[in-house]
Design a protein. Structure first.
Lengths: 118, 175
């Protein structure tokens, strides 16, 4: 069965690149430009197996939107540097399954997506 | 490049850095200015991650006060706690300006603004340019010396160029 990944990032280049790579690897990809757009799409019926979500984007802060997304798996993408303790804290939320530091190697990202959703 | 010497000759400097060297550069500059009162404005790292980075590099942080525009977007923090003021987000230019002005009024030795590049993620060039111009003017009325970091990013050449007109000296570490 085809797995769906939602890429939520305010940077068009990131959305386009990740989408292209994932689609080439047989994933269905949905994109959203920020956390509000992501929530709107989830409420509109999208049911991704994994959300790749930039941790800091314009609009409603990600941390306020995460609890409204239901039980979907979320991997943070972060250009922001946090301390180890902060990272652990952010990962405490059950939905958060990975923390991927930007800039990332696209092959490494793909490997992690495969590990998370198959 | 001797940042201390440059700041003794110029009150405001724009430092253009290569992203590959950026993390090493920010540690090395703070190391050179260590011991003086520093206000460190961070728009891309949390205060805790900077403290972690500085301590790892044996930099004393007792004389550094942070203005952290990241943590509030990631977790619940108060408006201020010991050695740190939290600002809502890097795009909250008015809030950022008010907090930085406090430090300038207290004549901190140095203000490090890390970095102009991150401002453009949240705001368009016009308000950011205005913000930088107003901030530099405030600094010029004080004794504080300021260094603005910017990454050498092609998409942001226009802002870097514009900001370069406001400061006393532009140093491109790549050149």
């Amino acid at each position: 069965m085809v797995k769906t990944v939602m890429v939520v990032d305010d940077e068009p280049d990131i959305r386009a690149t990740v989408k292209a790579v994932l689609e080439k690897n047989k994933y269905k990809v949905v994109t959203a430009v920020n956390a509000d757009d992501c929530l709107k799409k989830i409420k509109g019926g999208e049911k991704p197996d994994l959300i790749l979500m930039d941790i800091m984007m314009p609009g409603t802060p990600v941390r306020e939107v995460i609890p409204k997304l239901g039980k979907v798996k979320i991997a943070y993408l972060s250009v922001v540097r946090t301390s180890e303790a902060e990272k652990e804290d952010l990962m405490k939320n059950k939905n958060i399954v990975d923390f991927i530091q930007k800039p990332f190697d696209i092959d490494e990202l793909l490997k992690r997506v495969k590990k998370l959703v198959g | 490049m001797d940042i201390k010497k440059e700041l003794s000759e110029n009150q405001t400097i724009l430092l253009i850095m290569d992203s590959a060297e950026y993390n090493q550069d920010i540690v090395s500059f703070v190391k050179k200015l260590n011991g003086k009162n520093i206000a460190y404005v961070t728009l891309n790292k949390t205060k805790d991650s900077l403290v972690e980075l500085f301590k790892k590099n044996k930099i004393k942080i007792e004389n550094i006060v942070f203005v952290d525009a990241i943590s509030k977007t990631l977790k619940s923090v108060p408006d201020q706690s010991e050695g740190v003021y939290y600002v809502s987000s890097p795009g909250a230019l008015t809030e950022l300006s008010l907090v930085i002005s406090k430090f300038i009024r207290h004549d901190f030795d140095y203000l490090i603004f890390d970095s102009l590049t991150n401002l453009l993620v949240y705001e368009s060039k016009a308000p950011v340019g205005k913000f930088v111009s107003a901030l530099v003017n405030k600094i010029k009325e004080s004794k504080t010396k300021a260094v603005f970091y910017a990454l050498s990013v092609k998409e942001q050449e226009a802002l870097i160029k514009e900001s370069g007109m406001f400061v006393d000296k532009v140093i491109d570490l790549d050149k």
